[in-house]
Design a protein around this ligand. Structure first.
Ligand code: CA
Length: 519
């Protein structure tokens, strides 16, 4: 067959390499890569099986969760895998704001989880986000799944003047076209947690009520986009597709939250065998969630695998960058807290981060890079050769050269900033009109430090200090006074991070007796 094809092409003045006409190959080489960014919610770095395997386990100080993740395990072998990607403000909306804008929460406009009581927390319309940059540079951009960066307003497309639901406050939101930041294909919602009854608004604002597990449905939509079912994209252009899956996300309590086939893998395992971290308490009521959490992880793994298979079958694999990450982790009975996130603990801050780019990114494990959420946007743009298009306002760093191995001149930070905000003042109607920066801290390769201040006096109220090398499960909170040299070094390292983030702690010089703002 090949001979006859060669003959055929020779007859029209073309030659074949690897079965593709040379002129077409030149086009492929000139063409910008596609990007698929898949990020489930509340998926901690520890919940990937490969961390227990040879070649990986030597790079981390934890025992992975007993999860079944065959697709992620294979993907890791084809990717650059970070051990220490950090979600700086490990909460849904703030991370998503940083991911899309490349800016810390003060710049993105999203310091708090978005709901209708918090008009001060909403992705700014006047900034250039990652989709805007891709769109401007000739990409088709698709957003599928959970967005959760918009302040809900009464803009229900089916009933103008009303909210999309009747909760108080309203959490879910509809994002109209003018707020989509370059995404020209839309199949998304704000936030909603009935995992087998999800809904989405499409590009034209039509609402779709679905009766199946949301990651499965979202993978189906992603595969349709790849296949260009319904002619939804211009195949002469590269694409940037975000797939934001909600599970693993609470509730994980019943078979209504997960796929039964996944639950069956974990249901008979005793809780103390599922919760393998020595800092976890299987006596907590929440421990009942563990089999459902891990079932969600396995389900997400399968749906991610289906997207990868479609990419391969469609022969789009070679020129497509695929990233797998999460918005933040899940404590899941570690540290005796019911709060899955919004804390400086490793289970909450440390997220998966893997990039596959065949032929451009050599698979390896990078345990030096403490990636911060605002670095993701400039790094992805950099990998697509759009480094000159990174908006000047971006605060994150472009580590593309580090991933490709071509340029390691972008300096590594000594740590990742930890950020926790709470509601500040409220107006007469109960709407939040400011936020309070209640805790800041730093995660370095050796230490985790978090400083919480009193709301009235802004003096130190509480501190956490862990030696993550000696105590990887963070079971011994070290007293500040006895470790004042370590604390003062960590506080010194926080200054450039607070400055880079244009953070209120830097502007107000909060805890200046501890943090040497003026050098
Ligand atoms: Ca989240």
């Amino acid at each position: 067959m090949k001979t006859s094809k060669n003959f055929l092409f020779a007859a029209v003045g073309l030659s074949l390499t690897n079965g593709i006409p040379v002129t077409a190959q030149n086009n492929i080489q000139d063409r910008k890569p596609n990007v698929i960014y898949v990020f489930p919610d509340q998926f901690r770095n520890h919940a990937m099986g490969f961390w227990g395997e040879k070649g990986f386990k030597e790079h981390v100080r934890f025992k992975p969760d007993p999860v079944i993740t065959p697709n992620l395990n294979n993907f890791a072998r084809e990717s650059v895998v970070l051990t220490s990607a950090m979600s700086n403000c490990p909460l849904s909306s703030p991370h998503r704001g940083m991911l899309l804008s490349g800016m810390y929460p003060d710049g993105s406009g999203v310091p708090l989880n978005c709901n209708s009581d918090r008009p001060i927390s909403s992705l700014r319309e006047d900034i250039e986000c990652i989709g805007d940059v891709f769109k401007k540079n000739g990409y088709n951009c698709a957003y599928i799944g959970k967005l959760h960066v918009d302040f809900p307003t009464p803009n229900n497309p089916e009933a103008p003047g009303t909210y999309v639901n009747n909760d108080t406050p309203v959490w879910d939101a509809y994002t109209p076209k003018e707020r989509r930041h370059g995404f020209d294909y839309w199949y998304s919602y704000g936030t909603f947690d009935i995992h087998k009854q999800p809904h989405y608004w499409d590009t034209d604002g039509k609402r779709h009520e679905i009766r199946e597990w949301s990651p499965k449905h979202e993978a189906d939509k992603a595969i349709e986009y790849l296949k260009n079912t319904g002619n939804v994209r211009d195949t002469s252009k590269p694409f940037f597709m975000v797939v934001s899956m909600n599970p693993p996300h609470s509730p994980y309590r019943t078979i209504e939250d997960v796929m039964e086939e996944d639950y069956n893998l974990y249901k008979d395992i005793p809780l103390d065998k599922l919760l393998v971290r020595p800092n976890a308490n299987p006596q907590m009521e929440k421990a009942q969630c563990a089999p459902f959490y891990f079932a969600s992880v396995t389900g997400v793994d399968r749906e991610f695998g289906r997207i990868l298979k479609a990419l391969k079958d469609l022969r789009l694999e070679e020129n497509t960058i695929v990233v797998f990450s999460s918005d933040h982790g899940e404590t899941m009975c570690s540290q005796n807290t019911d709060d899955p996130k919004n804390s400086p603990y490793a289970e909450s801050m440390n997220v998966p981060f893997m990039i596959r780019f065949p032929g451009k990114v050599t698979p390896r494990i990078d345990s030096e890079l403490l990636l911060s959420s605002p670095d993701i946007m400039p790094t992805i743009l950099g990998l697509c050769g759009l480094e000159k298009q990174i908006p000047a306002a971006v605060e994150g760093r472009n580590y593309a050269g580090r991933f490709t191995g071509k340029d390691s001149s972008v300096p590594l930070r000594q740590g990742a900033l930890y950020i926790k905000n709470i509601d500040g003042e409220k107006d007469a109607e109960g709407k939040v009109i400011s936020y309070f920066p209640v805790a800041r801290g730093i995660k370095t390769h050796q230490y985790t430090l978090s400083l919480t201040i009193d709301r009235k006096t802004k003096t130190l109220k509480e501190a956490l200090l862990f030696d993550d090398l000696k105590d990887p499960y963070q079971m011994h909170n070290l007293p500040l006074q006895e470790n004042h040299e370590i604390v003062s070094e960590l506080c010194r390292q926080m200054v450039p991070l607070l400055k880079e983030a244009d953070d209120p702690w830097y502007k107000e010089q909060i805890l200046k007796e501890l943090i040497p703002y003026e050098g």
